[in-house]
Write a new protein. Structure first.
Length: 387
């Protein structure tokens, strides 16, 4: 078999490796507590499931869906952005449904990147941005993120020739894995920079409603003129506990949205319509679940932060996202630390190195672990005497 280079060069998917280690421990009868992947543990809310049950009985939903999503869904997405961010999008030209935002993110590179083209993303960062570019034959240059700079890239430090060459910049705030957030001034700078160098901005915003202590994350479209250069990916997954249903969205610049729609219409035939009905109910139905879920995550956050501090890690409680990002004591390698925790107390954390070189020295803990397991995991960590 002679596989394509793009497959042979794929790095192993971070969580696939971790899952193997967990499976091996479980096979030995060990009760593993995982703060690994960010996948809401609570079920999809009942009103959203009821929409699926109803929709399943409608024969119209048994046939091929439209690639771009039901007009009613695109309208609902547009209305949601209007209510949530006071930004309106033309549902026909500027909004698109995705098979989970990850699908749209991966395919987006095909709309912007020719072989040899340059994309910018961040280190650390969510790996899919880079993989999409690699599949399209492009090259990713990573902008370093550092704790001192609030894990925001310094666009002034991007060399002129690199900025002029880059076709796209990938950003994600609230951020996975660092839990950093970005303010208006940052996004304003991003938009001005993108216009100056003719770079498209892809902003990935799945945590826009997963936030604590009253903090309200932004959309890049709250910056005037962002629509000239940007597309924003968003998702029902994290906000409405819908990761398993695979549905997301993109809104923004009509040319970018149209290009993504044209790529997708040649690859997939859309999202099962019954699942689109769920998404419509998610954004049009009662929104109380958002605060209820955030209150649960906030309690877990506080418990985990307390534990990590007791262990001697440096950590700030995150304002948003599903993650606690903690700094290890000087000289401790994140992969070694994570491996020791699995071996010595059967607790899984994600090594920061998995998200890039600048993630070294940090670990990520997800807040999507059930309460009783959070408590058990924290107790094990507090009893661990590793350093
Ligand atoms: C979870 C996550 C996604 C993927 O969301 P889906 O809509 O479920 O595909 C995208 N980007 C980031 C940064 C994420 O953490």
């Amino acid at each position: 078999m002679r596989l394509a280079k793009r497959v042979e060069e794929l790095p192993p998917y971070l969580f696939a490796q971790i899952s193997k280690v967990i499976a091996a421990k479980k096979a030995q009868g060990i009760d593993v507590i995982t703060f690994g992947i960010g996948d809401p543990d609570l079920p999809t809310p009942p009103n959203i499931l009821n929409a699926l049950h109803r929709a399943a009985d409608n024969p119209a939903n048994h046939r091929y869906p439209e690639s771009e999503g039901l007009p009613e869904l695109r309208q609902a997405i547009s209305n949601w952005y209007e209510r949530r961010f006071e930004c309106s999008f033309d549902p026909e030209r500027e909004a698109l449904a995705l098979i989970g935002s990850k699908e749209g993110i991966a395919h987006m590179a095909l709309t912007l990147i020719d072989p040899g083209d340059v994309a910018l993303s961040t280190d650390p960062g969510y790996p899919v941005y880079e993989i999409g570019t690699m599949f399209a034959g492009g090259v990713t240059i990573k902008l370093p993120l550092r704790q001192e700079a609030g894990w925001l890239p310094d666009l002034d430090a991007v060399p002129e020739d690199l900025a002029a060459k880059a076709k796209v910049l990938w950003l994600n705030y609230p951020n996975n894995p660092t839990a950093a957030v970005a303010d208006f001034a940052f996004f304003e700078k991003v938009v001005a920079w993108a216009k100056e160098y003719d770079v498209s901005i892809c902003h990935d915003n799945p945590y826009c409603d997963v936030a604590y202590d009253g903090y309200r994350p932004m959309s890049i479209f709250q910056v005037p003129g962002a629509r000239d250069v940007a597309i924003e990916f968003n998702s029902f997954s994290k906000i409405y506990n819908m990761t398993g249903w695979r549905i997301g969205m993109a809104v923004g610049n009509g040319e970018l949205v149209d290009a993504l729609m044209r790529v997708k219409s040649n690859i997939d035939s859309g999202i099962p319509q019954a699942i689109q009905e769920m998404a419509i109910e998610a954004v049009n139905g009662p929104q109380d679940v958002i605060d209820e879920h955030n209150a649960i995550y906030q309690r877990r956050r506080d418990r985990i932060v307390e534990t990590l501090r007791k262990m001697g890690l440096e950590v700030e409680p995150p304002k948003a996202s599903l993650y606690v990002w903690a700094k290890l004591p000087e000289g401790i390698i994140s992969g070694d630390f994570a491996a020791r925790l699995i071996d010595e107390c059967a607790v899984v954390v994600t090594p920061g190195r998995g998200y890039g070189l600048n993630g070294e020295g940090y670990v990520r803990l997800s807040l999507t672990t059930p309460d009783d397991q959070v408590e058990e995991g924290c107790q094990r960590l507090e009893e661990w005497r590793g350093f």
